[in-house]
Design a protein around this ligand. Structure first.
Ligand SMILES: [Zn+2]
Length: 409
């Protein structure tokens, strides 16, 4: 184990140099030129390990290309490692907040240091360690490295890109999103909530607020009632949440409003609870109870699902992978546990195609925040330098367990 740690320590300066280059390339999702430049740099960085590059167009032409790197093995088995290229920070925001690569003690601040360029640097470290520690295993397996160009906007087409690359002999898909922590425990991600975004549109009837008030069917009033019902669908005991995100309605003050709209999202861990939540939401559609006094004209409530990312529920195949990480942690004296996370990742798209485990990245915090305030209440995204080597050792040891386990079968 000491030789593994030594080897990783020796590689760290190079890994951090790689990370610095990646962070200095702006790869905001809606900056396809930057995303493609990062993909090119990433492909070059893994070329020395023997990987060849292929890019796959995004379905949405506003986004950059997905990246697939392959190193063919002598044997039939394959292991996939998954990350993404994009970040949530537009170049103007990085400039406005002076948010750039900034090492400070054990932290490195900067866009994507933690989500997820640090994870890509972790992949690079782990593959170098595998090549050096277990060259026979490294050469026997086919390694597929997959980067989503537009994970932050939950592009669904990347799931199909992965499935096309997996084949039937893929033992695992390992996702390099950030590490979870609970005290000293490293938390591997074994489930993620699914998410549906929705819109409620109420159509009432406009009327003069002075002379024909009785003819109006107030859409805002109806929306208010309907939204109370949406909020009441939240059930924390089942990890089912509804969030009302935006509301708008009405036009001018002397008019009974004829339309009002709200949008929000819903999340749940299991397919059953997810679909029961969706059904309950859709059932709120129909004629409302707010009516015009003059003729009983009723408001109409319409409910639409705008987008869906299905849940990644707790499952046996993922748990078997997590157990390998826990065994490896036992050997390395690193406490390892599991968590179910509320946020989405590419794991949601692929968990039922091959056994999937997430959270293989380094430790850090404040993802998606670019601001720093003088009083310390706002701290931007950072990655912790000292978290790389122990986590890379853990990942390397666990991947070797996975490789040997399956070759015995
Ligand atoms: Zn991410």
């Amino acid at each position: 184990m000491n030789s593994l740690t030594q080897l990783l320590n020796n590689r760290m300066p190079e890994a951090l140099e790689l990370l610095r280059h990646m962070v200095e390339i702006n790869s905001f999702t809606a900056n396809p030129e930057g995303v493609n430049r990062l993909a090119q740099f990433t492909a070059n960085s893994f070329a020395a390990l023997g990987f060849t590059a292929e890019s796959v167009r995004s379905i949405n032409p506003a986004y950059g290309d997905h990246l697939v790197l392959t190193r063919r093995g002598h044997g039939p088995k394959q292991i996939a490692l998954v990350s993404h290229l994009d970040t949530v920070f537009p170049p103007e925001e990085e400039a406005r907040h002076n948010f750039h690569w900034l090492p400070e003690g054990d932290r490195i601040y900067g866009p994507g240091t933690h989500d997820i360029k640090g994870g890509t640097a972790m992949m690079w470290l782990v593959l170098h360690a595998l090549q050096a520690q277990a060259p026979a295993v490294f050469d026997a397996f086919t390694w597929k490295l997959l980067w989503n160009s537009s994970e932050e906007v939950i592009s669904q087409d990347f799931g199909a890109v992965c499935r096309a690359q997996f084949g039937s002999n893929t033992l695992a898909a390992l996702v390099f999103e950030a590490e979870g922590r609970f005290g000293e425990e490293r938390l591997m991600v074994v489930a993620r909530k699914g998410r549906a975004t929705w819109r409620v549109t109420v159509t009432g009837r406009g009327a003069h607020a002075g002379s024909k008030h009785r003819h109006g069917a107030n859409a805002i009033l109806q929306l208010g009632l309907t939204l109370q019902r949406v909020a009441a669908l939240t059930d924390h005991s089942r990890d089912l949440t509804f969030n009302i995100g935006t509301v708008s309605g009405g036009t001018v003050l002397n008019r009974v409003p004829h339309e009002a709209v709200a949008e929000g999202e819903m999340r749940a861990f299991t397919p059953e609870i997810y679909s029961s939540g969706k059904t309950a939401l859709l059932n709120l559609a129909g004629p409302g109870e707010i009516r015009a006094l003059a003729d009983r004209f009723a408001c109409d409530v319409r409910v639409e699902i705008l987008s869906e990312s299905r849940p990644w529920p707790r499952n046996a195949a993922t748990d078997q992978l997590a157990a390998l990480w826990q065994q490896a942690g036992g050997e390395l004296n690193i406490p390892v546990n599991v968590e179910q996370r509320g946020g989405l990742s590419d794991g949601n798209l692929i968990w039922d195609a091959v056994p999937t485990l997430d959270g293989l990245g380094p430790w850090g915090d404040n993802d998606h925040c670019s601001e720093r305030s003088a009083d310390g209440t706002k701290v931007p995204e950072y990655v912790e330098i000292s978290s790389f080597v122990p986590k890379a050792a853990l990942n390397t040891t666990a991947i070797l367990k996975l490789a040997s386990l399956k070759s015995e079968i």
